[in-house]
Design a protein around this ligand. Structure first.
Ligand SMILES: NC(=O)c1ccc[n+]([C@@H]2O[C@H](COP(=O)([O-])OP(=O)(O)OC[C@H]3O[C@@H](n4cnc5c(N)ncnc54)[C@H](OP(=O)(O)O)[C@@H]3O)[C@@H](O)[C@H]2O)c1
Length: 499
């Protein structure tokens, strides 16, 4: 059904690309300011639970013009954040067609203004296919006749931004990097918070064609970004510049080192041929935004990620669209999470009881010998080992030491999150959550790891076959104990699964 444009409860702002990185952050910011927002997505179900209840979600695919009417009806300002970079086809063709269809639909619906976020790059020089396509998209939107405010940005720094994730993946994995020429090319990276502030700021601008170049406070090379990220993570990195590595060769190398980003990363790297810096300061005069510099942008990105991670139910994150699944668990940003769940035919309190009592003399419900070896190894390298036990056999509280863990979050009969205090090349957490289910409860157990550098990666993947057995055995042991509190290993098994 088409929304009624005369209904003032209807949203006046449309965010396209709402499942994407920028779109997702923009929707959250607009909602926080009390705007009524409509999101358009090719697969609206991917936004379930990710937008506020008052936000409208409609289906729409820019490559199928007949699907766009419901999205643009009654809209004043449409944010165009569609990008086909992840497509397997030719992204230039798809972006061209998508912009044409969207511009036409917006004009037909009487949209007053389109706000488009494109890429920085001097159009007087020969541009890479990617940047040429970003500029062309703005031009096609303008040809629709709807006034377009175009913001042009270089790399956007924030956790989840593809260019930032790519840089981070390289720095985390490679202690020594053979760097091609492009690593010295200048960019003007901008923090995601500043990009969102600019996007919001466009709402106050008159409906007329404008192009603004936006950038952070520092002009830096890609090498500077890598080294600053390494500095903040406490990683020692050496960059060796070699003139013979072409962007194509280095993008193949990228496929080997960071397979998750291989396809899109290749397109991005091949696009780095010329500087992407701000050449006029119109944006600083037209907007009240004063962008931060590189170091602040990176540290804010990491702090934001930390807060998000702490506030996330990993079991939910794993079932949402954003998480990358691979051997060795599910990737959640730079973190790796092993999630499994089991159904037990008992009420929530009974299912939670063995979790509340975990560790200390009761042990870890599976492979206690292995846990003791791990504790001894930890003591050997100067860690706390298993000797701390637990404060009380049945009671638990936030801040308690528990063997080589510390209780980070505790909600009685619902949730226990432990943070590892053993010596590790990274940070680790173990979380248990119990939810009511028909005829019983579901126990979800998540083990999360934030690897630091190559040793962190090698640790997680190298030891994963053993961890997998331990994680599966521990959950099965907890489920058995929940069903038959006094029983040993022979008690009836529950249905456990790795999700
Ligand atoms: N991230 C950066 O560092 C950066 C830097 C400078 C400029 N920008 C610009 O910012 C804009 C948004 O980038 P992003 O990083 O947020 O990209 P992104 O995460 O890849 O998101 C792209 C969005 O476009 C949607 N989309 C793709 N094809 C579509 C179609 N045919 N119909 C409807 N929706 C479609 C995707 O939806 P699905 O979920 O359905 O695939 C997704 O929501 C782009 O114009 C980009 O050039 C980004």
């Amino acid at each position: 059904m088409q929304p009624d444009a005369s209904d003032h409860r209807q949203p006046r702002l449309l965010v396209t690309g709402a499942t994407g990185y920028i779109g997702g952050r923009l929707v959250a910011a607009l909602e926080a300011r009390g705007h009524r927002v409509r999101c358009m997505a090719r697969r609206p179900e991917h936004l379930t639970g990710r937008v506020a209840p008052a936000t409208d979600v409609v289906g729409g695919d820019c490559l199928r013009p007949e699907t766009l009417g419901a999205a643009v009806a009654g809209i004043e300002t449409a944010f165009y954040l569609v990008h086909s970079m992840g497509s397997t086809g030719r992204f230039e063709d798809e972006d061209r067609r998508a912009a044409r269809h969207f511009g036409e639909a917006a004009r037909t619906a009487g949209v007053s203004k389109i706000v488009y976020l494109g890429g920085l790059g001097d159009s007087r020089r020969e541009l890479s296919p990617h940047l040429r396509s970003r500029h062309e998209t703005g031009e096609i939107l303008r040809q629709s006749g709807v006034p377009v405010v175009e913001l042009r940005a270089s790399i956007i720094l924030g956790s989840g931004s593809l260019s930032f994730e790519l840089i981070r993946a390289l720095v985390e994995r490679l202690p020594i990097m053979l760097c091609p020429k492009w690593v010295r090319i200048e960019a003007q990276p901008i923090a995601i918070e500043d990009v969102i502030a600019y996007l919001e700021g466009t709402l106050a601008l008159p409906a007329e064609h404008r192009i603004f170049e936006i950038g952070g406070a520092d002009r830096v090379s890609y090498a500077d970004i890598m080294l600053e990220y390494a500095r903040q993570r406490g990683l020692r990195r050496r960059l060796i510049f070699v003139p013979v590595l072409t962007p194509r060769l280095s993008s193949l190398w990228l496929g080997l080192t960071t397979p998750v980003y291989a396809r899109v990363g290749r397109k991005l790297i091949e696009s780095i041929e010329h500087p992407t810096v701000v050449t006029n300061d119109d944006a600083l005069r037209a907007f009240p935004v004063r962008p931060m510099g590189l170091a602040d942008a990176i540290s804010r990105a990491m702090r934001f990620e930390e807060r998000e991670f702490a506030a996330t139910r990993w079991s939910d994150a794993v079932s949402s669209a954003g998480a990358e699944r691979s051997w060795g668990g599910v990737q959640f940003g730079s973190r790796l999470v092993d999630v499994r769940s089991a159904f037990v035919p008992v009420p929530r309190a009974a299912a939670f009881a063995p979790i509340r009592q975990i560790g200390g003399t009761r042990g870890w419900y599976y492979g206690n010998g292995l846990w003791r070896v791990r504790g001894a190894l930890d003591l050997f390298v100067g860690g706390v080992g298993l000797r701390r036990g637990r404060r009380h056999p049945d009671r638990i509280g936030v801040g308690d030491a528990l063997d080589f863990w510390r209780v980070e979050a505790y909600e009685p009969d619902r949730r226990l999150r432990l943070r590892a205090e053993m010596k590790l090349p990274g940070r680790a957490w173990l979380e248990f959550e119990v939810k009511d289910a028909e005829g019983g409860s579901t126990i979800t157990q998540s083990a999360a790891f934030d690897p630091v550098g190559l040793p962190g990666q090698l640790y997680w993947y190298g030891i994963y076959p053993l961890h997998r057995r331990v994680f599966a055995g521990m959950l099965a042991g907890i489920a058995r104990r929940a069903v038959a509190p006094a029983a040993g290993p022979g008690a009836p098994a529950a249905a456990a699964q790795n999700r």
